[in-house]
Design a protein around this ligand. Sequence first.
Ligand code: UN1
Length: 512
Amino acid sequence: MSLANLKLAAEVRAILTDLGVKAETLTGGSLAVRSPITGETIANLHEISAAATDEAIAKAHAAFLEWRMIPAPKRGELIRLLGEELRTHKDALGKLVSIEVGKVTSEGLGEVQEMIDICDFAVGLSRQLYGLTIATERADHRMMETWHPLGVTGIISAFNFPVAVWSWNASLALVCGNSIVWKPSEKTPLTAIATQAILEKAIARYVADGGVVPPSLATLLIGGRDVGEALVDNAKVALVSATGSTAMGRKVGPKVAARFGRSILELGGNNAAIVGPTADLDITLRGVAFSAMGTAGQRCTTLRRLFVHDSVYDQLVPGLIKAYGSVSIGSPLQSGTLVGPLIDKGAFDRMQQALEAAKAAGGKVHGGERQLADEAGDAYYVRPALVEMPEQSGPMVDETFAPILYVVKYSNFDTALALNNDVPQGLSSSIFTNDMREMEAFVSDRGSDCGIANVNLGPSGAEIGGAFGGEKETGGGRESGSDAWKAYMRRATNTINYGRTLPLAQGVKFDL
Ligand code: UN1
């Protein structure tokens, strides 16, 4: 079907009203929401003010004081129901992700699956918020570590994973006994409204089953930058978990730190892969293609830099250029499409600027041209670009949120490893090799300096079970699996004397 014939606004209305969202929510407001598939406006939402944000946070804090008293496994039951509701509404929410972000169908559904997975994880976690028992130096004493709910958790999410990243934070925060306040990207508020409606269904079932949920346990704030700022500055928000650009993190991090709040920052990535002489080139080609072109290059984990050993360069790179030339680009709703649109004109302009800068730095550009402009003038489809670079320089050391893969030839493994690390960002990385020494060196202390380091797969598409995040300008935060939950709780060390004397630590005497 041609892009012009899609009835996206009507589809969006149908999906949201089916989820219980009132029709008037979607019209008459100041925030115009567009679909990158056609560029058309699909809703006009009402925005909340900064003053109303502070009121909402005060209510969220009151909710926290009650929710923290509910036993953790019972809090987990709410997340179990959320996972069930997400399963029920997976197709609808996945489609909305496709319409609002431009993800191809399987990636839209994959995003919802990621939400379901983290709910399952968080349900198990609700019985595993373990603390240690620690050996003490004093007789008849016991020392232990306990974990307690922290407070209001503020979630600032980006357009590219508009709901999965919320779910990583929300499911953990709620299980940990916190209330949540969510400021989604202004580019993707509809998926947030849908998700909130799905959460409200879970809450209604929980309450019908006899559970207690304080009002304002989970608040959605649709608004602009002033709303985000109010959230960041409000001392009642104990933890701000923010996903977005490094420029955003540079503002948010110091502001939260200045009031001694906590933050989890998940910022830019400039992810690389190394292809060694022994690499399985079939797996490499597939792994590179998915992680560099998938999601139209708009994942934090997208592969942006590729270092190819000179002995396999001529076997791999022509095949990649061919894949770039033939990959199917178009409506993400159409089956068979692998690359959907960029989010907006700004993303397209930044991509073109980066390609010009790459040419100026001696790069040979394959692809990168605009597509389908005659069908939809306000939508920005591009052929992904592969750029052969003489060395790592120019725009290659910056993150451009678009499908550009810079390729550099290398001859020495240590040089490639140094290049992998020689950028300001440190999110994800990978190596394709069957050489055990290269593989182990890459994941060792002297290897990749990123939060994610993979072997024989690309840097994108992580599962929820591991901690997600990265170093340096990526911000240092960790979300999702492993022990990332600890950032959502406060830790106390308790020492208990069950004896009849008072021995002091370090042998100190204080005899009255
Ligand atoms: C992001 O791009 O912000 O690892 C998150 C991945 C996804 C999450 C990406 N599971 O690519």
